[in-house]
Write a protein that binds this ligand. Structure first.
Ligand SMILES: Cc1ncc(COP(=O)(O)O)c(C=O)c1O
Length: 377
């Protein structure tokens, strides 16, 4: 048997290490320095290109902390109702729970697997007091943001965009990370580009970016002694790790193309199987961060069977699609608003499976994975 095939793993190019080394050489081993400045500039430029106004960035320790800052910046407070994507990773919801918000989960639509605008409308009808919506882009594929924005505007609600998985994706030509009122991306080791761990707040004006920085650096008042008028966090990214991101940014499009190649290879190989790939709607250019399959309803094969076959035949990691938040024990008392009788997100979880999506997979690795999947049907 060959190597172990990961669901995803970091892909380094060499420049990353040069920038990290430079941080050591110049002794900028701190949450401040030239790598941080450069990484923020690179992402500013990326987000601003093609946008009708400039964007501002604040690098932090994780996507989770970036989302927490977004929630604080948006003004989410104890008891506030927030409508949140149900089919997502826990870190979409956790930062809202840190602020003791009242979380109401919103089901997915089949077209994108993301928040269903119709379920969102129903959630507003049930919870007219709602002022905030947190929307995630699953597996890098953008949610239907125009439809979601239209519903939110009608109910005067603020959108927080969890673009943790969506760096490099576009919705109708607009970049994920610029689609909400407050936006966050992740640079975790499993993401399309990485700083090992890290994240960023993407702000639409400089004042918001400065406030994010202040909240990420213990909310110090601008005086020489330590003065604090409000609660802050110790969330600022290290200049050492920013060096990794600085070396990764130029490779974003290259990584996206390789991710797409994996998706297309799976799609073609599984054409005659009773499965469909995770959908990529016409409204977007996805970064194809994770490829996933959905097993047909009338097929007896279960995601766990495929998972085991991949491990046994190809020594390859798969993962069930994200277990919806409203099925998680930690959120057992939270409601999930859905328009179909059985929530779409639950159905996707029952039948879905994420496939190895590491851009370093060779043709032989892919053949082995495909063989393993086919062996189940
Ligand atoms: C949808 C989603 N939101 C938030 C996060 C949190 O990012 P991080 O791991 O950088 O804290 C992740 C990834 O881990 C994610 O997939």
């Amino acid at each position: 048997m060959g190597k172990h095939i990961y669901l995803g793993s970091p892909t380094m190019h060499g420049e990353e290490f040069q920038y990290v080394k430079e941080a050591f050489d110049k002794n900028w081993i701190a949450p401040v320095g030239f790598n941080l400045d450069e990484l923020e500039k690179q992402v500013n430029e990326y987000m601003t290109e093609g946008s009708d106004h400039p964007w501002y960035t604040c690098a932090v320790v994780s996507g989770t902390s970036a989302l927490h800052l977004c929630a604080m910046l948006a003004g989410v407070k104890q008891g506030d109702t927030v409508l949140v994507s149900d089919a997502t990773y826990c870190a979409t919801a956790f930062p809202l729970a840190y602020e003791k918000a009242n979380l109401v989960f919103v089901d997915s639509e089949r077209e994108s697997w993301n928040m269903d605008p119709a379920a969102l409308e129903l959630a507003f009808q049930k919870h007219p007091e709602t002022k905030f919506v947190m929307v995630a882009h699953l597996y890098g594929t953008p949610a239907n943001m125009d439809a979601i924005r239209e519903v939110c505007d009608r109910h005067s609600a603020i959108i927080i965009e969890d673009a943790a998985e969506g760096m490099g994706s576009l919705y109708k030509g607009r970049k994920c990370g610029t689609l909400g009122d407050y936006n966050a991306i992740s640079f975790n080791g499993n993401k399309i580009i990485t700083t090992s761990m890290g994240g960023m707040v993407i702000a639409k004006d400089k004042a918001t970016r400065d406030e994010a920085l202040n909240l990420a650096t213990q909310a110090r008042e601008p005086v020489v002694w330590f003065e604090h008028a409000k609660l802050g966090n110790n969330y600022r990214m290290s200049n050492v790790l920013a060096g990794i991101g600085r070396g990764q940014m130029p490779h974003l499009y290259e990584h996206r193309a390789l991710k797409r190649k994996l998706y297309d290879t799976y799609k073609e190989a599984f054409e005659n199987l009773p499965v469909t790939m995770n959908p990529i709607p016409d409204w977007c250019e996805s970064n194809y961060w994770l490829s996933a399959i959905l097993i047909d309803k009338d097929c007896k094969v279960k995601p766990m069977d495929v998972l085991q076959a991949m491990l046994k035949i190809a020594d390859a990691e798969g993962r069930p699609t994200w277990k919806p938040m409203s099925l998680q024990p930690v959120f057992k008392d939270c409601e999930c608003v859905h328009v179909e009788d059985y929530p779409v997100g639950y159905d996707l979880y029952d039948r879905g499976l994420c496939l190895p999506s590491d851009i370093k997979n060779t043709d032989e690795d892919m053949e082995l994975i495909i063989k393993a999947v086919k062996s189940c049907f």
